[in-house]
Design a protein around this ligand. Structure first.
Ligand code: NAD
Length: 245
Protein backbone atom coordinates (compact mmCIF):
# COMPACT_ATOMS: atom_id res chain seq x y z
CA UNK A 1 0.00 0.00 0.00
CA UNK A 2 1.33 3.44 -0.96
CA UNK A 3 0.70 6.47 1.22
CA UNK A 4 1.45 10.06 0.25
CA UNK A 5 2.02 12.36 3.23
CA UNK A 6 2.19 16.08 2.47
CA UNK A 7 3.87 18.32 5.02
CA UNK A 8 6.07 15.37 6.03
CA UNK A 9 8.83 17.66 7.35
CA UNK A 10 6.27 19.40 9.55
CA UNK A 11 5.39 18.50 13.12
CA UNK A 12 2.33 16.28 12.63
CA UNK A 13 3.41 15.06 9.18
CA UNK A 14 6.70 13.83 10.65
CA UNK A 15 4.91 11.79 13.33
CA UNK A 16 2.40 10.33 10.86
CA UNK A 17 5.09 9.41 8.33
CA UNK A 18 7.20 7.87 11.08
CA UNK A 19 4.34 5.73 12.41
CA UNK A 20 3.54 4.52 8.89
CA UNK A 21 7.17 3.76 8.08
CA UNK A 22 7.67 1.93 11.40
CA UNK A 23 4.68 -0.30 10.68
CA UNK A 24 6.62 -1.65 7.70
CA UNK A 25 3.33 -2.29 5.93
CA UNK A 26 3.48 0.50 3.39
CA UNK A 27 5.59 2.59 1.12
CA UNK A 28 5.57 6.22 2.28
CA UNK A 29 6.31 9.24 0.11
CA UNK A 30 6.75 12.47 2.05
CA UNK A 31 6.40 15.81 0.26
CA UNK A 32 7.23 19.22 1.71
CA UNK A 33 8.54 22.52 0.35
CA UNK A 34 10.55 23.14 3.57
CA UNK A 35 9.28 26.68 3.87
CA UNK A 36 10.94 28.98 6.40
CA UNK A 37 7.88 29.88 8.51
CA UNK A 38 9.94 28.38 11.35
CA UNK A 39 13.36 26.73 11.61
CA UNK A 40 14.24 24.84 8.44
CA UNK A 41 16.94 23.05 10.47
CA UNK A 42 14.19 21.54 12.63
CA UNK A 43 12.38 20.34 9.49
CA UNK A 44 15.59 18.84 8.12
CA UNK A 45 16.30 17.14 11.46
CA UNK A 46 12.85 15.51 11.36
CA UNK A 47 13.52 14.33 7.80
CA UNK A 48 16.89 12.89 8.82
CA UNK A 49 15.01 10.68 11.31
CA UNK A 50 12.52 9.59 8.66
CA UNK A 51 15.17 8.83 6.08
CA UNK A 52 16.49 6.05 8.34
CA UNK A 53 13.50 3.99 7.20
CA UNK A 54 13.92 2.13 3.89
CA UNK A 55 10.23 2.40 3.06
CA UNK A 56 10.25 6.20 3.40
CA UNK A 57 11.22 8.55 0.59
CA UNK A 58 11.19 12.32 0.57
CA UNK A 59 10.66 14.75 -2.28
CA UNK A 60 11.06 18.49 -1.85
CA UNK A 61 8.09 19.81 -3.78
CA UNK A 62 5.53 22.59 -3.52
CA UNK A 63 1.92 21.51 -3.92
CA UNK A 64 0.88 25.05 -4.83
CA UNK A 65 2.69 24.38 -8.13
CA UNK A 66 0.05 22.29 -9.93
CA UNK A 67 2.36 20.90 -12.60
CA UNK A 68 5.04 19.85 -10.14
CA UNK A 69 2.55 18.29 -7.72
CA UNK A 70 0.71 16.46 -10.49
CA UNK A 71 3.99 14.98 -11.66
CA UNK A 72 4.81 13.71 -8.17
CA UNK A 73 1.30 12.40 -7.60
CA UNK A 74 0.93 10.66 -10.96
CA UNK A 75 4.32 9.05 -10.71
CA UNK A 76 3.70 7.70 -7.19
CA UNK A 77 -0.03 6.82 -7.63
CA UNK A 78 -0.88 6.70 -3.92
CA UNK A 79 -3.54 4.40 -2.48
CA UNK A 80 -4.04 6.85 0.37
CA UNK A 81 -3.30 10.56 0.76
CA UNK A 82 -2.75 12.30 4.10
CA UNK A 83 -2.63 16.03 3.45
CA UNK A 84 -0.96 17.76 6.38
CA UNK A 85 1.02 20.37 4.48
CA UNK A 86 -0.29 23.90 4.95
CA UNK A 87 0.67 27.38 5.92
CA UNK A 88 -0.06 26.98 9.63
CA UNK A 89 -0.27 29.61 12.39
CA UNK A 90 -3.11 31.90 13.42
CA UNK A 91 -1.30 35.16 14.12
CA UNK A 92 0.94 35.07 11.03
CA UNK A 93 -2.17 34.90 8.82
CA UNK A 94 -2.90 38.57 9.58
CA UNK A 95 0.66 39.51 8.58
CA UNK A 96 0.96 37.42 5.43
CA UNK A 97 -2.46 36.29 4.15
CA UNK A 98 -1.10 35.64 0.65
CA UNK A 99 1.00 32.73 1.96
CA UNK A 100 -2.23 31.14 3.24
CA UNK A 101 -4.03 31.57 -0.07
CA UNK A 102 -1.10 30.03 -1.89
CA UNK A 103 -0.65 26.93 0.25
CA UNK A 104 -4.08 26.43 1.78
CA UNK A 105 -6.37 27.43 -1.08
CA UNK A 106 -4.43 27.01 -4.35
CA UNK A 107 -2.36 24.18 -2.86
CA UNK A 108 -5.43 22.41 -1.53
CA UNK A 109 -7.17 22.73 -4.89
CA UNK A 110 -4.14 21.11 -6.54
CA UNK A 111 -4.35 18.19 -4.10
CA UNK A 112 -8.07 17.79 -4.84
CA UNK A 113 -7.47 17.95 -8.59
CA UNK A 114 -4.73 15.32 -8.43
CA UNK A 115 -7.09 13.11 -6.43
CA UNK A 116 -9.86 13.70 -8.96
CA UNK A 117 -7.62 12.52 -11.81
CA UNK A 118 -6.43 9.42 -9.90
CA UNK A 119 -8.78 8.83 -6.97
CA UNK A 120 -7.09 7.43 -3.87
CA UNK A 121 -9.02 5.08 -1.56
CA UNK A 122 -9.18 7.95 0.91
CA UNK A 123 -7.93 11.52 1.25
CA UNK A 124 -7.62 12.68 4.86
CA UNK A 125 -6.74 16.33 5.44
CA UNK A 126 -6.11 18.66 8.36
CA UNK A 127 -8.72 21.18 9.29
CA UNK A 128 -8.54 23.11 12.53
CA UNK A 129 -10.29 24.18 15.71
CA UNK A 130 -9.73 27.70 14.34
CA UNK A 131 -12.85 27.36 12.22
CA UNK A 132 -14.87 27.75 15.45
CA UNK A 133 -15.08 31.51 15.41
CA UNK A 134 -17.61 34.06 16.57
CA UNK A 135 -20.78 32.46 17.84
CA UNK A 136 -19.30 29.04 18.62
CA UNK A 137 -20.25 27.66 22.02
CA UNK A 138 -18.36 25.36 24.34
CA UNK A 139 -17.98 22.45 24.14
CA UNK A 140 -17.38 22.59 20.38
CA UNK A 141 -19.05 19.93 18.24
CA UNK A 142 -18.91 19.00 14.57
CA UNK A 143 -22.40 20.27 13.82
CA UNK A 144 -21.94 23.82 15.09
CA UNK A 145 -22.14 26.68 12.62
CA UNK A 146 -18.60 27.57 11.58
CA UNK A 147 -19.08 30.33 9.04
CA UNK A 148 -17.64 33.17 11.14
CA UNK A 149 -13.91 32.35 11.49
CA UNK A 150 -12.10 35.12 13.37
CA UNK A 151 -8.69 34.52 11.77
CA UNK A 152 -7.75 34.36 8.12
CA UNK A 153 -6.07 31.02 8.84
CA UNK A 154 -9.44 29.75 10.10
CA UNK A 155 -11.11 31.10 6.96
CA UNK A 156 -8.75 29.07 4.76
CA UNK A 157 -9.39 25.91 6.79
CA UNK A 158 -13.15 26.43 6.58
CA UNK A 159 -12.72 26.91 2.82
CA UNK A 160 -10.89 23.57 2.66
CA UNK A 161 -13.85 21.83 4.26
CA UNK A 162 -16.23 23.39 1.72
CA UNK A 163 -13.94 22.62 -1.22
CA UNK A 164 -13.60 19.02 -0.03
CA UNK A 165 -17.35 18.66 0.36
CA UNK A 166 -17.98 19.77 -3.21
CA UNK A 167 -15.27 17.48 -4.63
CA UNK A 168 -16.59 14.52 -2.64
CA UNK A 169 -20.05 15.23 -3.99
CA UNK A 170 -19.14 16.06 -7.60
CA UNK A 171 -16.43 13.49 -8.18
CA UNK A 172 -17.42 10.77 -5.70
CA UNK A 173 -14.15 11.09 -3.83
CA UNK A 174 -13.72 9.69 -0.33
CA UNK A 175 -12.46 12.62 1.75
CA UNK A 176 -12.34 13.25 5.49
CA UNK A 177 -11.27 16.48 7.22
CA UNK A 178 -10.13 16.38 10.84
CA UNK A 179 -10.23 19.45 13.08
CA UNK A 180 -7.10 19.37 15.21
CA UNK A 181 -6.88 21.25 18.52
CA UNK A 182 -3.43 22.64 19.51
CA UNK A 183 -1.19 19.62 19.15
CA UNK A 184 1.87 19.19 21.36
CA UNK A 185 4.66 16.66 21.79
CA UNK A 186 8.27 15.91 20.80
CA UNK A 187 9.54 17.70 17.68
CA UNK A 188 6.75 20.26 18.25
CA UNK A 189 6.33 23.58 16.49
CA UNK A 190 8.37 26.39 18.05
CA UNK A 191 5.64 28.98 17.31
CA UNK A 192 2.99 27.22 19.41
CA UNK A 193 1.90 27.73 23.01
CA UNK A 194 3.21 24.47 24.55
CA UNK A 195 6.78 25.09 23.32
CA UNK A 196 6.58 28.84 24.04
CA UNK A 197 5.42 28.09 27.61
CA UNK A 198 8.11 25.43 28.13
CA UNK A 199 10.78 27.84 26.86
CA UNK A 200 9.57 30.69 29.09
CA UNK A 201 9.40 28.40 32.17
CA UNK A 202 12.90 27.01 31.58
CA UNK A 203 14.24 30.56 31.23
CA UNK A 204 12.36 31.80 34.32
CA UNK A 205 10.31 34.21 32.20
CA UNK A 206 6.59 35.05 32.65
CA UNK A 207 4.11 33.26 30.38
CA UNK A 208 2.60 35.39 27.63
CA UNK A 209 -1.18 34.94 27.68
CA UNK A 210 -3.68 36.31 25.18
CA UNK A 211 -7.19 37.65 25.85
CA UNK A 212 -6.27 38.20 29.56
CA UNK A 213 -5.63 34.47 29.91
CA UNK A 214 -9.27 33.63 29.26
CA UNK A 215 -8.75 31.77 26.01
CA UNK A 216 -6.36 28.92 26.72
CA UNK A 217 -6.78 26.29 24.01
CA UNK A 218 -7.35 22.57 24.49
CA UNK A 219 -4.18 20.59 23.91
CA UNK A 220 -3.93 17.22 22.17
CA UNK A 221 -0.91 14.95 22.40
CA UNK A 222 0.56 14.24 18.97
CA UNK A 223 0.42 10.42 19.34
CA UNK A 224 -3.35 10.67 19.89
CA UNK A 225 -3.67 12.77 16.73
CA UNK A 226 -1.64 10.19 14.78
CA UNK A 227 -3.86 7.38 16.14
CA UNK A 228 -6.93 9.28 14.98
CA UNK A 229 -5.57 10.00 11.51
CA UNK A 230 -4.52 6.41 10.87
CA UNK A 231 -7.75 4.90 12.22
CA UNK A 232 -9.83 7.21 10.04
CA UNK A 233 -7.61 6.58 7.02
CA UNK A 234 -8.55 2.92 6.72
CA UNK A 235 -12.28 3.56 7.14
CA UNK A 236 -13.49 6.04 4.54
CA UNK A 237 -17.15 6.93 4.52
CA UNK A 238 -19.06 4.20 2.64
CA UNK A 239 -20.73 6.67 0.29
CA UNK A 240 -19.66 10.23 -0.49
CA UNK A 241 -22.20 12.80 0.77
CA UNK A 242 -25.03 13.38 -1.69
CA UNK A 243 -27.35 15.56 0.35
CA UNK A 244 -26.71 18.48 2.67
CA UNK A 245 -27.16 17.75 6.37
N1 NAD B 1 -0.21 21.71 15.17
C1 NAD B 1 -1.44 22.06 15.52
O1 NAD B 1 -1.72 22.29 16.70
C2 NAD B 1 -2.52 22.16 14.49
C3 NAD B 1 -3.81 22.52 14.92
C4 NAD B 1 -4.83 22.58 13.97
C5 NAD B 1 -4.57 22.28 12.65
N2 NAD B 1 -3.29 21.98 12.26
C6 NAD B 1 -3.06 21.68 10.85
O2 NAD B 1 -2.40 20.42 10.77
C7 NAD B 1 -1.49 20.40 9.67
C8 NAD B 1 -0.09 20.09 10.14
O3 NAD B 1 0.29 21.08 11.09
P1 NAD B 1 1.73 21.12 11.73
O4 NAD B 1 1.58 21.60 13.13
O5 NAD B 1 2.45 19.84 11.47
O6 NAD B 1 2.37 22.31 10.89
P2 NAD B 1 3.84 22.46 10.28
O7 NAD B 1 3.97 23.87 9.87
O8 NAD B 1 4.84 21.92 11.24
O9 NAD B 1 3.79 21.50 9.03
C9 NAD B 1 3.26 21.91 7.78
C10 NAD B 1 4.31 21.60 6.72
O10 NAD B 1 3.75 21.92 5.44
C11 NAD B 1 4.79 22.43 4.63
N3 NAD B 1 4.18 23.23 3.56
C12 NAD B 1 3.52 24.42 3.68
N4 NAD B 1 3.12 24.86 2.48
C13 NAD B 1 3.54 23.91 1.57
C14 NAD B 1 3.43 23.81 0.16
N5 NAD B 1 2.83 24.76 -0.57
N6 NAD B 1 3.97 22.72 -0.45
C15 NAD B 1 4.59 21.77 0.27
N7 NAD B 1 4.73 21.81 1.63
C16 NAD B 1 4.20 22.87 2.26
C17 NAD B 1 5.65 23.27 5.57
O11 NAD B 1 6.98 23.42 5.10
C18 NAD B 1 5.59 22.45 6.86
O12 NAD B 1 6.71 21.59 7.00
C19 NAD B 1 -1.63 21.78 9.01
O13 NAD B 1 -2.62 21.70 8.01
C20 NAD B 1 -2.14 22.65 10.14
O14 NAD B 1 -2.84 23.78 9.64
C21 NAD B 1 -2.28 21.91 13.16
Amino acid sequence: MKVLVTGAAGFIGYHVARRLAESNRCEVLGVDNLNDYYSVDLKRARLAELEKFENFRFLKSDFSDATAFNGVYTHFKPDYVIHLGAQAGVRYSTENPAAYVQSNITGFLNVLEACRAHPPKHLVFASSSSIYGAGATLPFSEDQITDQPISFYGATKKSNELMAYSYAHLHKLRITGLRFFTVYGPWGRPDMTPILFAKAISEGQPLKLFNEGKSLPDFTYVDDVVDGILKVLLYPQAEPPLHPR
